[in-house]
Design a protein around this ligand. Sequence first.
Ligand code: ATP
Length: 360
Amino acid sequence: MSAVHVRAPGKINLALRVGAPRPDGYHPLATLFQAVSLYEDVVARPADDITLEIHGRGADLPTDSGNLAVRAAALLRETSGTEAGVHLTLTKQVPVAGGMAGGSADAAATLLACDQLWGTGLGREELGELAAELGADVPFALTGLSAMGTGRGDLLTPVMSRGQYHWVLAVQSEGLSTPAVFRAFDEIHGYGAATAGTRGSGAPEADAGGPGPDAGRPGPDAGRPGSDAGPGQAGDEAGETDADADVAGPDDAPRLDGEIVSALLGADPLVLARSLRNDLEEAALSLRPELGDVLAAADRAGALAAIVSGSGPTVAALALDAPHAASVAGVMRNADVAAEILTVTGPVAGARVLEHVGRR
Ligand code: ATP
C-alpha cells in the first residue's frame, strides 16, 4: 500500500463533571462527549523511520516523540513487533490546546492509519486499549459520535443521540494548558497543596503543558466497557442509551445528570441547551477572564447557550439550526472576541479511513 488517509474528529464536552483529586493526583471525571465536524487528517506513507510533517494549525508543535501522533505510531510499532516505519502528514484543523482534544484525535487517526498501512490487523478493541495508554481522550476520538466518559474520561459508554446539533466555535489564538486549568480548579475548590499540580485527563504535574511521555496512562481501574462503540454504528444512533445516566463508579465519583442524556434522544437543541454544564469553566475563566466576554457575546448573538469546551479556551455556542448558527457566527465575528469563529455540527463518526492508495 502506498498511502492511507484517516480522519478523526475533535470533541466538545456537553457536560463535564469533575470530582476531587484522588491520592494519585488524578481527578475522577464524568463527561458527555460529542464528536464534531472539525477534523484532523493523517496520511500515512511507508518510510524507514517514524517521521511527521504538520500542516494547518500547530506549526510550532514538536515533530519528534513529543508529538502524540509520533508516540501513537511508536506504540503500535512496539506492540505489533513490526519493523516498518511511517511518514505521517498531519493536517490540523482542531485548535491546539483548545479543549477540543486535537492531539488525541491525531493519536487516534495515527493508530488507525498505521494499523492499516502496516497490516497489523488490530481490532477496534485492541486499538482502543492502545488509545487509552496514549491519553484519556484518545479512545473517544476513535469511537466518535456521543459517549459518556468516566474514570479519566477514557472509560466509554456509547450514548444514543438523534439529530444534528449546530455549534458556533469561538477559537482563541492562544491555548490553555489543561494541567494549569485543573490546578486552578483545585485552588477554587480548596483542594490545596497536597493535590496541586494535578490534572483530570492526563498525567500528574510532570507533564504539565501537554501530554508528556506518561500522558493519560491508565490507572489500575482503566478498562474499556464501551469498547464496542465504533463508527461502524453509523447514522445518528449509537449503541445503548442509559437514560438514567447514573454512571457506575466509586461513590465519590462525579455523576452526569440524566437530563442531558435524555436531551440527546429528543433531538431538541432547546432542551440540550438547558443541560450544558462544565465544572472546569470557572477555572478556565479565572485564568482567562476575557472568556467571559466571549460567553456574553454568544448570549447577545442569540445562542441558545454557550459553554467553555473542556479545559478551554474554545467556547462552544449552541444554535437552533444551520441558518441560526450562521447568524450567531456573524454577530460573534463582529463582536471581535475570538481569533476565529467557526460553525460545526455533531455528532460525527470517530476515526475512519477515507482512502487507501495503491492497495493490492
Ligand atoms: P484536551 O482537551 O484533551 O486536554 P486540548 O485540545 O486542550 O486537549 P491538544 O491540542 O490536544 O489540547 O494538546 C495540548 C498540548 O499537547 C499541546 O499544547 C502540545 O504541547 C501537546 N501535543 C503533543 N502532540 C500534539 C498534537 N499532535 N497536537 C496538539 N498538541 C500536541
